[in-house]
Design a protein around this ligand. Structure first.
Ligand SMILES: C[S@@+](CC[C@H](N)C(=O)[O-])C[C@H]1O[C@@H](n2cnc3c(N)ncnc32)[C@H](O)[C@@H]1O
Length: 228
């Protein structure tokens, strides 16, 4: 997979992309992530990429021209199908199922808005889809782009050491994950449930399934309604 990110703050990405699983996925060649500075695609001699909205109002908008130019330049470097995603609080809400769907794409381009957002023509004539990471407004699309990249990359085959860890994670089969404990078996006055130290694998599996159901029912009953 290849992910290209277009932003006015490319340096924001270095910490997230150069640590942990996302870093290892790149080292293993499972994904290539490329961050592009939108200002390099400006035709303005001062590399300006924003302007005031027509009709007045507060704040500035990212202009269409540099974004269209940046996306075209990135597309020229890519072979195959590309999906252009505009990060936007008005978009479709992101979730685990969405992450799985995107993890099957060969090439993704993320466009990060900033200030008051982007010129409407980006939404109308350039983006294939708009994605929101939740019903709140952030300063820019950079954090949402990192959220998408992280959640997608860890789903790519061969990225996680133990592929089973994906099968039992929250939202898999519309359930939250069961409670987990580590050593010691007794911490202060709290002991680990006996079944987990029994060594009886079938009983452990049954306990986990029932705890996952209980927990989902209590915290996210909406997920259970989606179960087939
Ligand atoms: C301050 S926001 C603009 C909000 C816009 N004026 C509105 O009311 O819909 C600036 C940029 O941050 C990004 N952004 C903010 N909140 C987001 C969210 N919940 N999901 C995805 N992107 C978001 C988008 O790229 C957006 O263009």
């Amino acid at each position: 997979m290849r992910i290209d990110i277009i932003t006015i703050f490319p340096e924001m990405f270095s910490a997230v992309l150069s640590e942990s699983i996302v870093k290892r996925a790149q080292q293993k060649g499972k994904v290539g992530i490329f961050v592009h500075d939108l200002r390099e695609y400006s035709l303005d001699k001062h590399h300006k990429v924003d302007d005031r909205p027509f009709g007045g109002g507060s704040g500035m908008l990212l202009q269409a021209e540099p974004i269209f130019r940046a996306v075209s330049a990135v597309k020229r470097r890519i072979r195959g199908k590309v999906r252009v995603i505009l990060l936007c609080p008005q978009g479709k809400t992101f979730n685990q199922r969405y992450a799985k769907k995107l993890s099957r794409c060969a090439n993704l381009i993320f466009v990060c808005g900033h200030y008051e957002g982007v010129d409407e023509r980006v939404r109308q004539h350039l983006a294939d889809e708009e994605i929101s990471i939740g019903d709140y407004v952030l300063t820019g699309g950079e954090l949402p782009a990192m959220v998408l990249a992280d959640s997608i990359v860890r789903l790519l085959p061969g990225v996680l050491g133990d592929k089973n860890s994906l099968n039992f994670e929250s939202f898999e089969g519309n359930l939250l994950e069961y409670p987990q404990y580590s050593r010691p078996a007794k911490f202060r006055k709290w002991s680990v449930p006996g079944v987990l130290v029994s060594g009886a694998h079938d009983k452990i599996a049954a306990w986990r399934r029932s705890e996952a159901l209980k927990r989902t029912k209590k915290r996210r009953p909406d997920l259970l309604k989606k179960q087939v």
